[in-house]
Design a protein around this ligand. Sequence first.
Ligand code: GDP
Length: 423
Amino acid sequence: MLTAIVGINWGDEGKGRMVDLLSQEYQVVARYQGGNNAGHTIYVEGEKFVLNLLPSGILRPSVTNILGPGMVIDIAHLRGEMERLAARGVKLSPENLRISGKAAICLPAHVRQDCLEEERLAGEKYGSTRRGIAPIYGDKYMKKALRMEDLLEPQRLERRLRQLLEWKNLLLERGYGAPGEDYDETLRWLRENGAPLRPYICDTGVYLEKAIAAGKDVLFEAQLGALRDIDYGIYPFTSSSTTLAAYAPIGAGIPGRKLERTIGVMKAYSTCVGEGPFTCELFGEQAEALREAGGEYGAATGRPRRVGPFDVPASRYGVRMQGADQLALTKLDVLSFLPEIPVCTQYTVDGVSTQDFPSGGSLERARPVVERLPGWGCDISSCRRWEELPAAARRYVEYLEEAVRCPIGYVSVGADRDAYIQR
Ligand code: GDP
């Protein structure tokens, strides 16, 4: 079975937690896009793990984990993440971790370029995580990026680095009036951080084809959500990669394969990190209470997340863009404190109501229409069966699945591995 687990909303839906949960049925977990610009938080027996680049299957010893060609990899960050996990007893070897030679390397130059651009934009900034993601994806499409496979060929690495920095320094020095990147220093950085990674670099496509032929099940793990997709998201406040399920086989190394199942992870309310239109946003005390209840602070950056009620037009659009067959609803327990649960049921754009998700200027002008559903007013975090949920909580779940037109197969009621209900 080839399954993708993807985000329906703006990211931070709890995908890592769902991948961790479902990975027990899969032998391979592959990341197919993005870099270390987001984090997955997973609790295993009360112990907290934050993963930025490594697939969430890494916490299960039997799973082989793939970093696919669609990813951009800051090798110093990856090395650090691997060292931190190894120090906590997580097993890492070229058998259970395979890094695509085709993945692009995110350099210190890209991080600097990201910061310089956000500073230049000042009040108009995109809210970048400043991890160099947009610059490295930009370079990839300019065909300048170094790839992981270059770490295996020292002369090619040197030649391609020289070409890249010659070009990059035109921008840094003459464009931004900042110091250029030093060739020797960058080469040292590449060698030092690349050396421990070299045994893990391979053709992930060849590995996956063999694994699939041998009957193994593969889980594709997305980072960020549908609304951050470069083409279909809230452009330009998107990520720089394709976060959609359709891209999963391409980004993992097996473009000719088709997905058999797509599970969308959808949050019981809305959160959004960074800038950009967020129609259903709450402010003031109401926002503060929801943010506190949900612990909504970025896993990678610690930034407080913007919060709002569940957004029907945005989520229904996310479900459609992902082609989700089934949904996992997360963080339902967080809403237990609310006497009434607000839901953004539609938007008005220029005085006209719509349930469609607009784009561009129309999205900026969209205003939310909010209705209220009854709350359940008690702790549901220990519920493990559908019938144990209070009637109002069940009604809320049923309301959402009808609104987004996709069945909800899992309801998560806590961060721990077993804190969920399967319907
Ligand atoms: P991801 O990037 O989509 O994996 O999401 P994050 O890791 O940024 O955010 C999810 C956060 O919510 C993590 O801290 C999880 O441990 C936590 N979480 C996930 N599911 C639930 C849930 O059902 N209830 C509660 N209370 N917390 C959850």
